[in-house]
Design a protein around this ligand. Structure first.
Ligand code: MEV
Length: 327
């Protein structure tokens, strides 16, 4: 057994299809070049010690109890998914001692970029490697997905999938995950509103609206699915203008199901005005982030417009590298 192991996994943006994916439609998701890193090591004391540098929280899970160190009892909520990953992996081993897990992640939290999934995936990979357990990517995905269910209520699985496999994925709950091998440059600017929100609450909000107005919302959801299919065609044809237009329509459908907000609207409209092909919220909405697809020469202008509209811009690119064991 190793003494220490380190793994990393990427953040994501959903190009089109969020929320509607929870209701059975497909979505297209991209891994982006911002990574969470997790280090796992053996500890002489029993229990699972977890520390998240960026969240400023830490504590020990031992014998069904949580003993906080930094961040008080509330830290438990942030650390619970990592604990769930660790508990599942350790349950198969007869460990006499404990393990320590350290998370270091520059991915903005609760912003729609899949930070908790990237951390769960990297934690699963680091721990399996530490304990000498050979696991496939599919098994890492399964373990991380189980942990995500604890924090997000009824997630589709899209976040742990992209952090595990990287690249561009076609994701639909009822189908096998499909990697899309488009060798296309997608110049993107992310705009972070800085407003944190809960994916679980927003997913529940759409579910509630659907149960009140099934005839209306089912049509919106179906239209969301059509947008994803047309977007595949636009990607195949490298037609970024049509892709931008489809992103704009998708955003308006997401407004219709109540998951946009004033801050997102400001950033989306600023990006479009600055010359983006298209702009939309990404992830759960209600705050969090938006994305703009723009011609490469306009990325700076779009980023400036997002900043002036009150957002925090990040110019980014897709990465094909999913979860990686680094040490
Ligand atoms: C969150 O990144 C995307 C949602 O569609 C929820 C999910 O798919 O689990 C809002």
């Amino acid at each position: 057994m190793k003494k220490r192991s380190r793994a990393s996994a990427p953040a994501k943006v959903i190009l089109v299809g969020e929320h509607f994916v929870v209701h059975g439609e497909p979505a297209i998701v991209l891994a982006i070049d911002i990574r969470a890193t997790v280090t796992a090591e053996m500890r002489p004391e029993p229990g699972i010690h977890i520390e998240s540098e960026n969240l400023g929280v830490s504590g020990l899970f031992k014998g069904g109890e949580f003993i906080p160190e930094r961040g008080g009892l509330e830290a438990k909520r942030d650390l619970e998914p990592i604990h769930a990953v660790a508990a599942e992996i350790i349950s198969g081993c007869h460990l006499k001692n404990g393990v320590g897990i350290n998370v270091s992640s520059p991915i903005p939290v609760a912003a729609g970029l899949g930070s908790s999934a990237a951390v769960s995936v990297a934690s699963a990979a680091a721990l399996c490697s530490l304990l000498g357990r050979e696991v496939s990517s599919d098994e890492i995905f399964r373990i991380a997905f189980n942990a995500e269910r604890i924090v997000h209520g009824n997630p589709s699985g899209i976040d742990p999938a992209i952090s595990t496999y990287g690249g561009i994925l076609w994701y639909r709950r009822s189908e096998a995950i499909r990697r899309l091998e488009f060798d296309i440059d997608l110049p993107l600017v992310i705009g972070n509103t800085g407003r944190r929100r809960s994916t679980g609450d927003l997913v529940a909000k759409v579910g509630m609206l659907r149960s009140r107005y099934p005839d209306i919302i089912d049509n919106v959801i179906r239209a969301g699915g059509e947008i994803v299919k047309r977007s595949i065609q636009a990607l195949k044809e490298e037609d970024l203008e049509s892709l931008g237009e489809l992103m704009n329509i998708d955003h308006e459908l997401l407004c219709a199901v109540g998951v946009s907000c004033e801050e997102l609207e400001r950033l989306v409209h600023a990006a479009r005005k600055a010359g983006a092909y298209g702009a939309k919220l990404t992830g759960a909405g209600g705050g969090g982030c938006m994305i703009a697809l723009a011609p490469p020469e306009k990325l700076g202008k779009v980023a400036d417009a997002i900043r002036r509209a009150g957002g925090d811009p990040i110019i980014t690119r897709k990465t094909d590298v999913g979860v990686v064991i680094e040490e």
